[in-house]
Design a protein around this ligand. Structure first.
Ligand code: AMP
Length: 418
């Protein structure tokens, strides 16, 4: 088990905290969603109580190693200050220049400093000034950052699957390091679900492509009792079994893989549930996110989709069948929508699943972990997000955790002393 914030001495120390302030900005650099900033408040408030001097480090967007003024963290420093009701210093320019170092050096107990976007430096992502991969350059940058504080706290779950200077590198150059409250919570719930699940353990996987989730499916086949597959992924599986899926989104180069997975599921006695009926449409406007005028939308009687139509959501019989499984599960991991969720008319299956997962959690004490942008939006849209045991904040990181991969930013943290 990794060291957590309360396992290390931060009292009166200068604490470097890696946060994920990769927030969405509009054309005028206004923050359009502050949930990532809010998610760090608990760790910051604890550090303030401990009279630490707090140096926050983060990336924002993809400036690709160059200074891009529109990707400055300045608006974040203002927002954070508003949310905390405390001043937040911001130097700007460059996170390791003389001014930033001076600000860090002079930072007093109970003060907060936010450094400028780490990714203005190519070294953050392991490259040198020429854009070539360069581990020495990354380590040198990590060392400079580390030199600004005494101890390091990793609270940016959204980036721990990357091997970057501020995730894996920095830990080697500080006196002590630990997971912040946000990362600790992610590890606790994702870990509990995967390593010690109460049975029956159900995984619900949806979304566009089998290829994106293949490693997750492979890893979960060794752990779960039931898998529900929804979204466009289901059509690749159905087609691999000879079912007509019309013009549904299918990855034809993954048909053999789909057959192979179904075989493995059978061998491992994992119940593999695919939709048994569908909502179908003959036209969908993906870019306008709406049903085009004149489009025909109907419900199939079984899993077969007629020519000229595509599956856009799970049908009512499928939802009924999935509901039984959700109700009896004791652990549920859910990632990915069951239909084209962005279009209201095709979001029903996903919303229903959100409600069912929430009900199982509140009524039966099922442990539920939801990850991935659309599934998280679905539980919010259904108004049941408060009932879910844990909503993961890192899309890519939570998927890699479900794949069973080692996350470099977590692996680098020291183990708890037992
Ligand atoms: P992912 O990022 O892999 O979780 O996939 C999410 C995307 O899958 C969303 O944009 C959905 O609109 C899309 N999706 C889900 N079901 C379908 C479907 N039946 N046909 C096409 N796209 C789908």
């Amino acid at each position: 088990m990794k060291k957590a914030l309360k396992d290390i001495d931060v009292k009166g120390k200068k604490v470097l905290v890696r946060v994920d302030y990769n927030v969405p900005l509009d054309a005028n650099c206004n923050i359009t969603n502050d949930k990532r900033i809010l998610a760090t408040i608990a760790t910051i408030e604890y550090l303030l109580e401990q009279k630490a001097a707090i140096i926050l480090i983060s990336h924002l967007g993809r400036p690709k190693g160059k200074v891009v003024p529109e990707m400055s963290l300045k608006p974040v420093s203002k927002k954070l200050s508003e949310l905390l009701g405390e001043p937040v210093k911001f130097v700007g320019g460059d996170c390791i220049n003389a001014e930033s170092k001076k600000a860090a050096q002079g930072l007093k107990s109970g003060e907060i400093l936010l450094l400028e976007n780490l990714r203005f430096h190519p070294e953050e992502e392991g490259k040198n000034a020429k854009g070539e991969k360069d581990k020495d350059a990354m380590n040198a940058f990590a060392k400079e950052l580390a030199g600004m504080g005494d101890v390091f706290v990793q609270d940016a779950f959204g980036t721990v699957h990357r091997s970057h200077a501020s995730t894996a590198g920095i830990v080697n150059y500080v006196k002590d390091a630990a997971a912040g409250f946000l990362v600790e919570k992610e590890l606790q719930f994702l870990g509990e679900a995967l390593e010690n699940p109460k049975k029956p353990f159900l995984a619900i996987l949806g979304g566009a492509k089998v290829s994106d989730k293949i490693n997750v499916i492979e890893n979960l086949l060794n752990k779960v009792d039931v898998i529900i597959i929804g979204g466009a992924m289901a059509y690749t599986f159905l087609k691999s079994q000879g079912v007509n899926v019309g013009i549904s989104l299918v990855e034809d180069d993954k048909l053999d893989l789909a057959t192979e997975i179904l075989k493995k599921a059978k061998e491992r006695k994992v119940d593999f549930l695919l939709p048994i009926d569908h909502i179908i449409a003959n036209k969908v406007d993906f870019s306008a996110k709406q049903v085009p005028t004149g489009a025909e939308v109907k419900t199939t009687i079984d899993e077969v989709i007629p020519e000229g139509f595509m599956g856009v959501d799970a049908g009512p019989k499928s939802i009924e069948e999935f509901a039984e499984t959700v109700k009896s599960a004791k652990t549920i991991v859910w990632n990915g929508p069951l239909g084209i969720f962005e279009i209201d008319e095709f979001s029903k299956g996903t919303i229903e699943i959100a409600k069912l997962v929430a009900e199982a959690t509140s009524d039966k004490g099922t442990l539920s972990v939801v990850g991935g942008g659309d599934s998280v939006s679905a539980v919010k849209k259904a108004g049941v997000d408060k009932k879910i045991t844990h909503i993961s904040t890192g899309g890519g990181a939570s998927l890699e955790f479900l794949e069973g991969k080692e996350l470099p930013g977590i692996a680098a943290l020291p183990d708890k002393l037992l």
